[in-house]
Design a protein. Structure first.
Length: 142
């Protein structure tokens, strides 16, 4: 009887430990560059199945054009909650915004799941956009 209780308790501890690991793991995603007048994809395939994540990446421009801003579009986002430098882009198919060529900004995608992705179109003819330091952290619902 005592052995069954111990085995049961160990099983519960192992299961709850794996659930905790799943919901507390930060996952690094691959960065990439978006060349002038090109489209690249931010993929969320590395995220764990069944867990909702908030993903944040740095976004910057190489500033070759000497402009203050570069225009980008977020496309094919499947109605995900996307923000670029705190500007909410949810709710339209082609979400256009601008990023500074002088400083590094950030792009945030909230409550995203494995298998989703967004595409980023660089609308500038000269500057290259870099997406880097991407991390997915499990979403915490309050």
């Amino acid at each position: 009887m005592k052995i069954r209780k111990i085995v049961s308790l160990l099983g519960i501890l192992v299961l709850s430990g794996s659930v905790f690991a799943t919901t507390s793991s930060v996952i690094k995603l691959d960065g990439f560059q978006v060349l002038p007048n090109q489209i690249s994809e931010l993929s969320f395939k590395k995220l764990l199945d069944g867990v909702s994540y908030d993903v944040t990446c740095n976004i910057s421009s190489n500033g070759i054009s000497k402009q203050d801003w570069d225009d980008i579009q977020i496309i094919d986002s499947h109605d995900l909650d996307v923000q670029v430098d705190n500007i909410n882009l949810k709710g339209s198919t082609y979400k256009q915004t601008e990023i500074s060529t002088k400083e590094t900004g950030f792009i945030t995608v909230r409550t995203v799941m494995n298998g989703n992705s967004i595409k980023i179109r660089n609308l500038d003819d000269t500057d290259t956009i870099t997406i880097s330091n991407c991390f997915g952290q499990p979403t915490h619902f309050n």
